[in-house]
Design a protein around this ligand. Sequence first.
Ligand SMILES: Cc1cc2nc3c(=O)[nH]c(=O)nc-3n(C[C@H](O)[C@H](O)[C@H](O)COP(=O)(O)OP(=O)(O)OC[C@H]3O[C@@H](n4cnc5c(N)ncnc54)[C@H](O)[C@@H]3O)c2cc1C
Length: 323
Amino acid sequence: MDDVTTDLLIIGAGPTGLYSAYYAGFRGMSVAVVDSLPELGGQITAMYPEKAILDVAGFPSVKGRDLVEGLVEQAASADPTYVLDRTATTLEHGDDHVVVTLDDGTRVTAGAVLITSGIGKFSPRPLPAGDGWVGRGMEFFVPSFAPYAGKDVVIVGGGDSAFDWAEHLEPIAASVALVHRRDAFRAHERTVAKVKASSVEIITSAQVTELRGDGHLEQVVVAVDGEEPRTLEAQALVAALGFVADLGAIQQWGLETSKRHVVVDSAMRTNLPRVFAAGDITDYPGKVRLIAVGFGEAATAVNNAAVAIDPTAHVFPGHSSEG
Ligand SMILES: Cc1cc2nc3c(=O)[nH]c(=O)nc-3n(C[C@H](O)[C@H](O)[C@H](O)COP(=O)(O)OP(=O)(O)OC[C@H]3O[C@@H](n4cnc5c(N)ncnc54)[C@H](O)[C@@H]3O)c2cc1C
């Protein structure tokens, strides 16, 4: 890819990065957005595109994929240059600019950098018994529910994703069983209560030990503490065991970090000149990791970056309302 020159470089195209792109356009800046994933939307697209989100201001309920679509449409007014499937690897400072190099060698020269890299580049925790079964009935993500219609589904895990998927697949699947190695769950209490009250069979203190099938998945063997192993008929298994997040090379950039997060001040400045951060990646006293919080931080970060790029600019952007 050709080298890129832009006013603002945003690293991470999750909800925070996309909203930041809109805001950069509102401030009259050119903007480039890079993401390791091939698709826009960060955790929402990768982990819960079909989930109804209830706590984004102005939307009593919005499906993940619809929220991302709206963010992309809003960001389009900034005409962003998207550089997808590329990971930011190095950062160097010039006198009045920053250069970030991507894993394919592309150099992006920017007046300021905004890191919205969330939990980092993430990959799913493997299910040891599922080695070699991805694409043959086993998946780590549920990007859409339709392929599970009429199937017997086994979900492994006890967190939010496992319970969200159990809740949403139960009405369309032939059967859903949720297997968890403990008898306590990390998921939201309300979702756990809903799933417990549904037809989902919850099997606790249990581990999946074997997947069987001729080519495609047909059976899942489950070892249950103190009981005989069980064999479940299943054409689909979702391993929702969480993710290993990797901040990757960003950790070598000299940023002040705290427990794998980037420390920012109230203007979303990091300890490095011209480098800002917003969204899940940031840390400060009282930090809450939610989409709504990332949106607020995006506005603060971009408006302060505008001043870092052009010291004659004002932090306050004026109001966007027209007409
Ligand atoms: C199952 C689940 C349900 C949730 N439900 C809710 C909810 O109901 N309400 C709510 O407010 N929040 C919810 N959240 C949390 C919410 O998704 C996050 O707060 C939000 O996604 C954070 O947005 P972000 O843009 O800061 O980061 P992310 O969404 O994590 O996006 C960061 C992006 O940066 C990219 N990236 C990372 N490192 C690099 C690099 N070096 N180079 C290039 N790209 C990089 C990643 O690929 C990723 O696409 C939920 C999370 C999960 C997992």
